[in-house]
Design a protein around this ligand. Structure first.
Ligand SMILES: *Cc1c(COP(=O)(O)O)cnc(C)c1O
Length: 460
């Protein structure tokens, strides 16, 4: 038996990449203020910054692109996309958006009816949290405690803590809950899946309290695949059937199509049957995203997405996708590197707090490791820790994250296992020399979303 799935595609077009010398990497990183976000992509060899919009399209998608109907209103491309989304979700009303946050800015405010309302999620993704706050509501996370116990195996680390969910609803009162957002997979916890059983329990609680249920489903296909692989009773169901069962539970589906839509740009709003809500969104989407039959996308983007959505449900594609991540995780664990275990759908989360305990949280241990990995092999990861978290808005003190993660995010259908083996070798070398890694201090810090533009120097 093959230990890891094989790629169910071959390469037809290539994009050259190259590794600049170590001296050059050291120079480029210094010029970038020790912030990998500020590196030029041509100075990066293996780019694991994000899986968002960085994947490769199939030849079917490129062919579909040529059929884009660029009519401002009533585009054929929209109707092709609408048909596919209706088919997959079973939902009645579909609106395209330019990406996930575009869908959020249309829908999230519509459910906020008065002051002091809350959204509850397993973990809000950061743009989702931002749109909740912009709408004048507050975001409460409610994930199982196993989520942050990186060493301990758990099939569904993305699950909601049901007891806590009940408590929050009781404490804040059901009429003050704007909605429950099921984030699948749970991006911020390492792309960890949520089980069908847990989603059903969440929805039961929501129904008992008359609360709207939303799916933030950027990676709903990956989540459905994990359910098929890990949850009792689902081993003989197709991923498409499991996805349909998931959608049946909720009222609204929001999606960043840059993930399981297999496109470089795009987003989706789908509403099960609430005609009034649909009408309100149809009105507000015009000034925010665009006319309801394009929502910020070109016609050709909608055609590529219509095809990509189908391809992302292909089980041989999903098997290889998930196994690539698992393969990188296995190599790292063998080399002694502590990671969030088991690996999730789209990335390996490296637990840097354990690797460089000599670096205090406000000298950003995970960012220091990201830099070390870039210098070692031209690999660009991203920090998901105290740098990302920012400062307390009142006291202005640096906040300490639960975990100092370095995320190695795998773009879809883009790198081979050979690339990932190289990444593992580089990181294991960095790990061996971990005692020499130094923390960072700011030379520039912007007041909001500082991680994108901050500059640093190493602490002497
Ligand atoms: C990426 C993502 C978003 C935001 O989507 P964009 O396309 O980046 O705007 C929202 N929620 C989740 C879970 C995501 O992964």
């Amino acid at each position: 038996m093959q230990k890891y799935a094989l790629p169910p595609y071959k390469i037809k077009m290539v994009e050259p990449i190259g590794l600049i010398s170590k001296e050059e990497r050291i120079e480029r990183l210094e010029e970038a203020g020790y912030n990998p976000f500020k590196l030029k992509s041509e100075d990066v060899f293996i780019d694991l910054l994000t899986d968002s919009g960085t994947g490769s399209m199939s030849h079917f998608q490129w062919a579909a692109l040529m059929q884009g109907d660029e009519s401002y209103a009533g585009s054929r491309s929209f109707y092709r996309l609408e048909k596919v989304v209706k088919n997959i979700t079973g939902y009645k009303y579909i609106l395209p958006a330019h990406q996930g946050r575009g869908a959020e800015q249309v829908v999230i405010p519509e459910l906020v009816k008065h002051d002091n309302m809350y959204y509850i999620s397993n973990i809000h993704f950061d743009t989702t949290r931002a749109h909740v706050e912009l709408a004048g509501a507050r975001a409460i996370d409610c994930v199982v405690k196993e989520c942050f116990e990186t060493e301990i195996y758990h099939d569904f680390k993305g699950n909601f803590d049901l007891e806590k969910l009940n408590e929050i609803i009781k404490d804040k009162k059901p009429e003050n809950i704007a909605g429950i957002i099921m984030t699948i997979t749970n991006n911020s916890a390492g792309g960890q899946p949520v089980s069908m059983e847990n989603m059903k329990d969440v929805v039961k609680i929501a129904r008992d309290n008359s609360i709207t249920v939303l799916i933030d489903g950027a990676r709903y296909a990956e989540n459905s695949y994990f359910i098929q692989q890990r949850e009792k009773g689902y081993e003989n169901k197709t991923v498409r059937e499991i996805a349909k069962e998931t959608f049946d539970l909720a009222d609204i589906f929001l999606m960043s199509a840059k993930k399981d839509g297999l496109v470089n740009i795009g987003g989706i709003i789908a509403i099960k049957d609430d005609f009034k809500l649909f009408k309100r969104c149809q009105t507000t989407i015009v000034p925010k995203e665009g006319f309801p039959t394009y929502g910020g996308l070109a016609g050709r983007d909608m055609d590529a997405l219509a095809v990509g959505l189908e391809e992302a449900l292909d089980e041989s594609y999903l098997a290889y996708r998930i196994d690539e991540v698992r393969y990188l995780g296995d190599l790292l664990r063998k080399g002694g590197v502590p990671i969030q275990y088991p690996t999730g759908g789209h990335a390996v989360f490296v637990d840097c707090g354990q690797i460089v305990p000599h670096i205090p949280f406000d000298q950003f241990p995970a960012q220091a490791l990201c830099n070390a990995l870039y210098i070692e092999g031209g690999v660009r990861p991203v920090e998901i820790g105290s740098l990302l978290l920012g400062r307390d808005p009142d006291t202005k003190e640096n906040l300490k994250a639960d975990k100092e993660f370095m995320r190695l995010t795998i773009p879809r259908r883009t790198y081979t296992m050979e690339h990932l083996r190289y990444v593992a070798e580089c990181l294991i070398n960095v790990y061996k020399n971990r005692d020499s890694i130094k923390g960072l201090k700011f030379t520039y810090e912007s007041p909001i979303l500082r991680h994108f533009t901050a500059e640093f120097e190493p602490v002497k």
